[in-house]
Design a binder for this molecule. Structure first.
Ligand code: SF4
Ligand code: SF4
Length: 102
């Protein structure tokens, strides 16, 4: 790791503490956001597995995890969850990307 001489500025692009995504609110610059349609969800957890951030809320208190929704503070609107969400209920997916109302 290198630092600029005589400065407190750190070199960019370095994650100094692993697993710190939950500590930062990074979901305020997206254009699209996933809409969760609970009736179409089969709780396959693909969205949780593929989300590159800490933006899928699940309930693990039961014998199987349950999808609860999107954590807006962390969702960047990348759409990966909606892409991976299977159209399992009569061809309908539980996650659909929609333009966010600002
Ligand atoms: S990927 Fe879709 S069906 Fe699977 S848990 Fe997430 S929202 Fe539910
Ligand atoms: S849009 Fe991207 S960041 Fe937001 S919940 Fe889906 S996969 Fe995660």
């Amino acid at each position: 790791m290198s630092f600029l001489p005589n400065s407190q500025l750190h070199t960019g692009g370095i994650i100094r503490e692993a697993g710190n995504a939950h500590d930062y609110k990074t979901g305020d610059w997206r254009t699209f956001v996933p809409e969760f349609i609970e009736d179409n969800c089969i709780n396959c957890m693909f969205c949780w597995i593929y989300c590159p951030d800490d933006a899928i809320e699940i309930d693990t208190s039961g014998s199987k995890p349950i999808m609860k929704g999107i954590i807006a503070d962390h969702c960047k609107g990348c759409g990966i969850c909606a892409h991976e969400c299977p159209p399992a209920k009569k061809g309908k997916s539980a996650l659909v990307m929609v333009r966010e109302e600002k």
